[in-house]
Design a protein around this ligand. Structure first.
Ligand code: CA
Ligand code: CA
Length: 451
């Protein structure tokens, strides 16, 4: 049965209709669900983004699953659905909160905090998969470590020694063994000194700026710990150290308190020659502290290795690459979606659905080159179908093709439709604009142009 159009989507559509320039924005990264606690991972030419999922209308950190997204250009993001959830961990009761994934020897390990049903305390579990997009399974069948604290970050040093750090209100680490699912040397506490983590005004029992959400990595021989500071609202601060276990020196603000979410969460990577800072805010319609959205900014380290102050934007980073329309592109690869949702497709992966008249998907920097001659889309419809308009630049831009979609007898009964294309040359933003009658029109799994 088809879900009803959610309040979130109705609000997004309404906001896009009245906010000038909103169609040009690329932040937040995902528009069709709320996302939180970004953890980027660069692997094999793509950046994989691991997030939580705030439920629509949530009034607490009501989170049941994690989500995976990926991009080759930092602007078009593919929805890989939810390859790990509370049900992955038989011992988990609730709270699918902030984690991080890392690759080692061809396996992907995703460390996450959840409530251990047996103890009622937050514990850290580890999912493992053979692919960055899963599916993930419980690596241990029990917590890796448990002390009632949250927010694991994982880091593998150049010598192969891996570390798992976590904590709120304290800061802990273990030395992970090479199997990434056990540790040696016990559970260690990092002293939260004001020299190491700053002085919190009126800090009381929390005298330093450190609050939660550590993100530990190494760059040019310096160890960085970027974290959510103060509360509430939080800002993002960082400390550096000459070694993975300290001693830490407080280095100040990365991102000021901004963006109508009282929490924030950092994630930093280098990708295709640039540095990127991931965070979350409450920028989507209906957004706030429990209905957050992940966003990203491009930045450059200062010459001395310090991190500049980074401000939230609605524009986001410039594209780091172009998109090739002459290979299969997933319909769920989206720079900005208006009115659509996604779901698992019977042919594998995800498809775009809940398409109604006037909904659209923007895909950025599509490299048409000398020109596209035709367009093919994989579609399904239990209704009467409709039309895919191919427009350049924006949803009101030049039409370069129109593809008719007929009913196929089911929302997962897939067929391919093709249509001629004229005038699609060079590198352009492409908008797939959907038109038709009332109600849901059709689903789209993937598309591809021919030269
Ligand atoms: Ca819709
Ligand atoms: Ca697809």
């Amino acid at each position: 049965m088809r879900r009803k159009l959610t309040c979130l989507l109705a609000a997004v559509v309404a906001a896009l209709a009245v906010v000038p320039g909103a169609a040009h924005a690329d932040n937040p990264i995902v528009q069709h669900i709320y996302t939180a606690d970004p953890a980027p991972l660069v692997h094999d030419g793509r950046v994989y983004l691991y997030t939580g999922h705030d439920e629509d209308g949530s009034t607490y950190f009501t989170m049941k699953e994690w989500r995976v997204w990926s991009s080759s250009d930092m602007v078009n993001w593919t929805d890989h659905g939810s390859p790990m959830s509370l049900s992955t961990f038989s011992w988990a009761k609730q709270d699918a909160w902030a984690g991080q994934a890392v690759e080692r020897n061809g396996k992907f390990y995703w460390y996450v905090p959840v409530v251990n049903r047996a103890t009622g305390r937050m514990a850290i579990g580890v999912g493992v998969a053979d692919s960055p997009t899963g599916p993930f399974r419980d690596a241990l069948g029990r917590p890796l470590v448990e002390n009632g604290e949250i927010d694991p970050t994982v880091f593998i040093d150049d010598n192969g020694q891996a570390y798992l750090y976590w904590g709120n209100p304290n800061l802990w680490y273990v030395r992970l063994n090479a199997d990434m699912t056990s540790y040696s040397g016990g559970v260690n506490q990092i002293p939260l000194t004001t020299a190491g983590f700053g002085t919190r005004p009126n800090g009381g029992s929390r005298p330093t700026m450190y609050e939660e959400g550590p993100w530990v990595y190494k760059r040019n021989g310096t160890y960085y710990n970027v974290f959510a500071a103060k509360c509430c609202s939080e800002f993002i601060a960082y400390s550096t150290a000459p070694g993975p276990t300290g001693p830490w020196t407080y280095r100040g603000t990365v991102m000021p308190t901004q963006g109508s979410s009282f929490t924030n969460h950092p994630g930093l990577v280098d990708f295709k020659g640039s540095s990127y800072f991931f965070y979350h805010n409450g920028a989507l319609p209906g957004g706030g502290g429990y209905t957050r959205s992940v966003a990203v900014e491009k930045f450059a380290y200062n010459a001395d290795g310090s991190i500049p102050t980074i401000t939230m934007t609605t524009g986001g980073p410039p594209p780091a690459d172009t998109l090739n329309p002459y290979t299969r592109q997933e319909a769920e690869t989206i720079a900005w979606g208006s009115g659509i949702e996604t779901e698992p497709a019977s042919e594998g992966g995800m498809n775009v659905g809940w398409i109604e008249n006037g909904d659209s998907i923007k895909v950025r920097t599509v490299a048409f080159g000398a020109g596209a001659k035709s367009f093919t889309a994989r579609v399904a419809s239990a209704a009467a179908g409709g039309t895919i308009e191919l427009r350049l630049g924006s949803a009101t831009g030049t039409v370069v093709g129109r593809c008719a979609v007929a009913g196929t007898g089911g929302w997962q009964t897939w067929t391919s439709v093709s249509c001629p294309v004229t005038g699609a040359t060079g590198t352009q933003d492409l908008v797939l604009r959907f038109t038709g009658g009332s109600g849901y029109l059709f689903n789209v799994n993937w598309w591809q142009f021919a030269a």
